[in-house]
Design a protein around this ligand. Sequence first.
Ligand code: ADP
Ligand code: ASP
Ligand code: MG
Length: 422
Amino acid sequence: MALIVQKFGGSSVSDAASVKRVAQRIVDTKNAGNDVVVVVSAMGDTTDELIDLANEIAPDAPAREMDILLTAGERISMALLSMAVNSLGVGAHAFTGQQAGLRTDAHYGKASIVGVVPERIARTIKSGAVAIVAGFQGVNDRNDVTTLGRGGSDTTAVALAAALRADVCEIYTDVDGVFSADPRIVPAARQLPYMTHEETLELAAHGAKVLHLRAVEFARKFNVPVHVRSSFSNKEGTWIVDEKTMKDKALEAPVVAGVAHDRSQGKVTITRVPNVPGMASKIFAIVAGIDGNIDMIVQNTAVAAPDVSNLSFTLPKAEVAAVVEALRSHRGELGFGEIRVAEDIGILSVVGAGMRSHSGISAKLFATLGDLGINADMIATSEIRISVVVDPERLDEAARSVHTAFGLDSESEAVVYGGTGR
Ligand code: ADP
Ligand code: ASP
Ligand code: MG
């Protein structure tokens, strides 16, 4: 008998019929002799709709109230899914994140899990019933509900799987697994049977929303076997494994495993920053002071004006206004020229563990972009990734061409079963 944690994303439970379909899948897993814990997301685009509604009523709603609102989406689906499983003759109990023992810090909107005490869940499965948990939420030490950031139900599932020492955490979604690119943008994307934690982390951190970044971090840290697969088919999906497992399977890591694209970031440029020691530290301390999450940073100094430099960085669009305001309020003390903002940028990233031992990846990437006449505005690299800022209008085209250039195209077209891609 195995303990299986199954997570169903919003597109897998978008209406009554799909809730019933998912319930049947849970019942089949249970009747096959397994213990089952389920984590469920809000139905369809409920979370987006709740955010739109709140913005109409109060665009600057307090983060605490916003979290109370958003956790409601997952509570609806956990209750309905539990009812559906019960009506198929298998006992099921629904639990909020709080009841399931998901403890978080007080960071409303993007809380981190600080502990998981799944006593009630353990008792429920011991009694022979299925436990159905609302994803994306926990409770802080003030007893207030918090949310884990967009896409956070994946993290609820992996964290629960780690705490319960589950045999596997299955992430059910609207595509057949992790692909070499977003199949909605690159139809020739190839499904990967295995993917290393490191590559998945890089893809997730750079726009591939198929797995929440923190879910991959938990999986790596606590060694949770994760299987990403479709709730609309019975096909084998993608296993997220460590590099050793990949080697044991004698799988030759492709030089480039995948391409990610991201439109969620903006770019801030500070001009004429005095070139003195400690300046960058002051600037980034101000950004960190308001929880800005900076990704790429580029600083350049003109030969003709060595006393000042221009400093550009990217960060999530939602954080741009607050960061710019904080920096402007310190202008007198920092002595820079002006701040320019590019709200809309595209970031293209190529990721592959094989990059460590292969050269020529950047040459091929830039040759491909050059042939298309696409300018690389900013560039950043890690050991296994190269990211470039490009014109957002041409991002999709760039992703398709780069995917082809690295020989990743599949013969068959990837299937997208549902969802709106929102
Ligand atoms: P869920 O509602 O199940 O959580 P998400 O919408 O969060 O689903 O994630 C699944 C979506 O992720 C897919 O429909 C796909 O458009 C997108 N995606 C982006 N990059 C990739 C990738 N490399 N592989 C698979 N899917 C990807
Ligand atoms: N419902 C939340 C969201 O849309 C969490 C999730 O789906 O994982 O972001
Ligand atoms: Mg998701």
